[in-house]
Design a protein around this ligand. Structure first.
Ligand code: PEP
Ligand code: MG
Length: 537
């Protein structure tokens, strides 16, 4: 048995088989000694790719339709494209190995296409990347993507938000990573999914771990590989006890969230995608206080269309059946990287080109999202929230965009319901200016994750600083009290949607400050409601 430790980010006990999630391998030039053999390998790889694409074409044509199938057809045309094929063959003849040659030529041609003005030609960059990735995978014998055949525990160095969106969430029992932090997005995802997880573990990641049995103890922060009988027995008991505690919370399902003295607070849920709706309904949330809409932009090669976004929002709004859904406009940037946004590397990404700053500079992206949100409004109760606000000027500019989009949709005869407009208070500037910002909007929602990182000047992703990251710092508490006060003075409601909202030791404090809404991981709702109902505030 191997025993190790890490920092728990969500409690619970999970028992299952290990799936090692490795990063996409980097392709290095291994050089080839036998040029003829390497050319033959490339030629065989092309044929294998052609066969794979034919299978994919038939499946797509049958299950999706002609338009999507045509995209696959275009990819197979590149296998006969002279520039592409001869470029690769020339590199092999000059002594490079086939996988590296494909990677280099594919990359160079994709960049050329991406730089063109014509939208159709630009989109071909993705096709070239896809086909060269396919060839590289065939040539290196790498496994096809990351697949889980049965439920299991994911062991990884770390997972980017883009990697997490590609996972089959129904099959994940726990996350165990070597890196990460309590506030990283993987930790947030674990809380949404209600699964025990450890970050900053001492685990030695090796493919030989695949398939071995692991226990994750998210209470104590321990993991066990190939557990002995005594450990298995003890952990099964712990798991059962945790299950019994959860079952006890069931009596709070459907109850009103009101304190003994009659103070009411709405308990909403934070989610990242329409797939998370099941956790929201299961958790008995009274609404959605934060839909992190940027997740709809991650894990793909091109911008989602207005219709795709609309369908995603409509699914959530309809499922909530008249309960409020607060959709936050995309907060790309910082740790949420998306290739097709063409964001250039920055010295300080958390202080950089992100969130509303991208939306207000690339208004076409913003308008497409706004149109999709407004269109979804007629299916229930929708509110829009804007991230990373620092000034009145931004709010004015946002309002102008919203008014234009609304007018445009009305002129098109699209049915709309009234939509509330709010801002996240997650920069010290917005907190300090909250008295002036409040009259301009319908609500505030405090993003304590960023507000803490910016107020304390502590990078939320840097695990070395975890010891300094005091979530209860008096500066944060003062700002929180001030924000609620300023919201109420202007007659608007105030909520908290950062991770701190789910900190049960602060529930009474937040009630005293008068917060109207707390938005937390769906799995936290019942426990939080118990706390509210038992509160003497
Ligand atoms: C926050 O900053 O507290 C927040 C809710 O937004 P995110 O965690 O997505 O940055
Ligand atoms: Mg934030």
């Amino acid at each position: 048995m191997i025993k190790g430790t890490g920092r728990p980010v969500y409690e619970g006990v999970a028992i299952g088989r290990i799936y090692v999630h490795s990063k996409q391998q980097t392709v290095t030039d291994k050089k080839c000694a036998d040029i003829e053999k390497e050319l033959a390998r490339f030629s065989e790889a092309k044929e294998t790719a052609r066969e794979e694409l034919q299978v994919l074409y038939d499946k797509t044509l049958k299950e999706i339709g002609e338009e999507q199938a045509a995209i696959i057809e275009v990819q197979s045309l590149f296998l006969d494209d002279l520039d592409f094929v001869e470029g690769i063959e020339d590199m092999i003849k000059a002594g490079s190995d086939a996988a590296f040659s494909v990677h280099e030529i594919g990359d160079a041609q994709a960049s050329t296409f991406a730089a063109l003005d014509d939208e159709y030609m630009k989109a071909r960059a993705t096709d070239i990347r896809d086909i060269s990735d396919r060839l590289v995978r065939i040539l290196t014998g790498a496994a096809q993507g990351f697949r889980m055949d049965e439920p299991g525990i994911i062991v990884a160095e770390d997972l980017t938000p883009s990697e997490t969106v590609a996972l089959d969430k129904d099959k994940i029992l726990a996350f165990v990573t070597r890196q990460g932090s309590s506030n990283s997005h993987t930790a947030i995802l674990a809380r949404v999914m209600n699964i025990p997880s450890l970050v900053l573990t001492d685990i030695d990641i090796d493919p030989s771990l695949n398939g071995r049995t692991m226990i994750v103890d998210g209470f104590a922060g321990n993991y066990y590989i190939d557990p002995d009988d005594a450990t298995m027995k003890a952990m099964l008991e712990k798991k059962e006890k945790a299950g019994a505690y959860k079952a006890g919370l069931e009596s709070y399902r459907g109850k009103e969230s009101v304190t003994r003295k009659g103070q009411h607070v709405s308990l909403f849920a934070n989610i990242g995608s329409p797939d998370d709706i099941k956790y929201v309904l299961d958790g008995d949330a009274e609404g959605i206080g934060l839909l992190r809409s940027e997740f709809l932009y991650l894990g793909r090669d091109s911008f989602p269309t207005e219709d795709e976004l609309f369908e995603a929002y409509r699914k959530v709004v309809e499922a909530m059946n008249g309960k409020k859904v607060v959709i936050r406009t995309l907060d790309i940037g910082a740790d949420k990287k998306v290739d097709y946004f063409n964001l250039t590397p920055e010295e300080n990404p958390a202080l950089g080109y992100r969130g509303i700053r991208i939306c207000l500079t690339q208004k076409d992206i913003f308008r497409t999202q706004l149109r999709a949100i407004y269109r979804a409004s007629s299916y229930g109760k929708v509110a829009i929230m804007f991230p990373m606000i620092i000034s009145e000027k931004e709010i004015e500019e946002i309002k102008k965009c919203c008014e234009e989009v609304e007018a445009e949709l009305k002129a098109e005869g699209v049915p709309l319901n009234p939509v509330e407009h709010g801002i996240m208070i997650e920069t010290p500037a917005a907190a300090v200016m909250s008295d002036q910002l409040a009259p301009l909007v319908d609500f505030f929602s405090v993003g304590t994750n960023d507000l803490t990182q910016y107020t304390l000047a502590i990078d939320r992703q840097n695990e070395k600083l975890d010891a300094f990251y005091d979530a209860h710092h008096p500066a944060i508490m003062r700002l929180l009290a001030m924000i609620a006060r300023n919201a109420h003075k202007a007659g608007i409601w105030a909520g908290i949607c950062g991770e701190l909202a789910g900190d049960l030791s602060l529930t009474d404090e937040f009630l005293k400050m008068g917060y109207d809404e707390l938005s937390v991981a769906p799995s936290r709702i019942l426990e939080l409601r118990k706390n509210v109902i038992e509160s003497n505030i």
